[in-house]
Ligand binder design. Structure first.
Ligand SMILES: [Zn+2]
Length: 453
């Protein structure tokens, strides 16, 4: 697919010179160089010139989905029957994990990433731990599953940061359960040797992850942290999603999970803590003070009854906040963004914790940075030419003045309002139609059904 060199947007959400708050601009011409980066941005450019692709509605930077487990998409609705807990949900999740192989995962992840593209997501952080055969033996290519995910992103036309995940134990000091065997490399050195075989490519970055303090013994944490440090790659970790993790960590080590990670070199500006729901004051200080980003996954945290994490306090302490759809109960970056503010309103009985601009930044620029994509998530010269155009004439978005475009997108739009998506200057979605995956619902239906057979 060739790079289209000029796009013209009816309205676009642009940074302004001098670092003031971004704003909605009119009739914006965006040109793209052969390197897939923006070469010029011209507001008030007049009507759409010949040869430029016209994008209606409001042009936003491409959205980064900073936390995904692609195969969890297969659980959608199945896990909404009855009550259950996080831990019964996890049992069902393991059943689907057991049915994956590289071919099935390629088909499923291609469909899931295509769904993400249709929702305006141009970059995904895939927290990947289903590495091996179900009995724990490696595939002929020990990274067959990771390669399937990288290929799936290419087929769906989006960027991926494959966060290759170290997962070694069932709990503090416990060997993996039989159904967790395929997640484990045995120890962190073996994990690192395998993960080192994965290579960056134009649409893909390789990063690292610690599954959690439950799944990586304390004496293995430093090895993973060092691996990421040597490569200056992103390092992600699930943190304190459930109070049970905090209690078990205190029993085993006498400290909180956050303190344990800090003591083993896991925290820092290239690290993202995912969820960070149940934190104490010291934990918030450790995360913010070290510049660790925090990825909130509000639709999943609601779905699993986790609780509401202290996003505002973390941001005030110094953490960048990013967003992820995690278990894919829904895939809608606008819903994740507004949930940050709306959940905070419910818990504090006050409004106005996050502006629409701050929420868009979490969903775009800060998400990309947490996944190792620099100069991304902004519509400005030199940035990656990744955009999302949102309809402003749908039943959800029609009516507000154009200058309230950001507020309309964040607080009223849904994934269904995404009309056009461009990645590296190439149109991936045109007028709501995926250009590479012809029938995304059928691809989802068939690839999910294959896991049930
Ligand atoms: Zn997760």
């Amino acid at each position: 697919m060739p790079v289209t060199t000029a796009y013209w947007a009816e309205y676009a959400w642009l940074q302004r010179p001098g670092g003031t708050a971004p704003a909605v601009e009119h009739q914006v011409l965006v040109t793209v160089g052969g390197d897939g980066r923006i070469s010029a941005v011209t507001p008030d450019s007049g009507p759409c010139p010949d040869g430029a692709v016209r994008l209606g509605g409001l042009l936003l930077p491409g959205m980064a989905n900073a936390h995904s487990h692609a195969f969890h998409r297969a659980l959608r609705s199945t896990v909404q029957v009855g009550s259950g807990t996080f831990w019964t949900w996890r049992d069902l999740m393991y059943q689907f994990a057991a049915a994956l192989d590289p071919d099935r995962y390629l088909a499923l992840a291609t469909a899931v990433y295509a769904e993400m593209a249709l929702a305006g997501i141009t970059c995904v952080g895939e927290f990947h731990y289903v590495h091996h055969n179900p009995d724990g033996t490696p595939y002929a290519d020990p990274n067959a599953m990771g390669e399937a995910l990288i290929e799936a992103a290419a087929r769906a036309g989006i960027r991926i940061t494959l966060l290759d995940t170290c997962y070694l134990s069932a709990g503090f000091g416990a060997a993996p359960e039989p159904r967790q065997r395929r997640f484990s490399d045995g120890d962190a050195d073996a994990w690192g040797a395998r993960a080192a075989l994965l290579k960056d490519r134009p649409h893909a970055r390789i990063g690292a992850a610690v599954h959690s303090v439950r799944a990586v013994p304390a004496d293995q944490l430093d090895t993973v942290a060092r691996w990421a440090e040597e490569r200056r790659s992103p390092l992600h970790v699930h943190l304190s999603e459930q109070t049970a993790e905090n209690e078990a960590c205190r029993d085993a080590h006498g400290v909180t999970p956050t303190r344990l990670l800090a003591d083993h070199g896991v925290l820092g500006p290239r690290t993202s803590a995912v969820h960070a729901t149940h934190l104490g004051r010291e934990d918030i200080g450790l995360l913010g003070g070290s510049g660790t980003a925090v990825c909130m996954c509000p639709t999943t945290e609601r779905d699993l009854a986790d609780g509401i994490g202290p996003a505002r306090r973390l941001a005030s302490a110094g953490s960048r906040i990013t967003l992820g759809s995690d278990s894919h109960a829904v895939i809608d970056p606008f819903e994740e963004a507004r949930a940050l503010e709306l959940d905070e309103r419910l818990s504090t009985h006050r409004r106005g914790h996050w502006t629409a601009a701050a929420l868009l930044r979490a969903a775009s620029e800060d998400g990309h940075a947490s996944l190792g994509w620099e100069r991304a998530g902004r519509i400005e010269p030199g940035a990656l030419a990744d955009f999302t155009a949102v309809a402003m004439d749908s039943v959800r978005t029609a009516g507000p003045e154009p200058r309230f475009g950001a507020e309309t997108a964040v607080f009223a739009a849904t994934a269904a309002d995404v009309r056009d998506v461009v990645v590296a200057g190439r149109p991936v979605v045109r007028d709501g139609v995926h250009q590479l995956v012809p029938d995304v619902p059928a691809a989802l239906r068939d690839s999910v059904a294959a896991l049930r057979d």
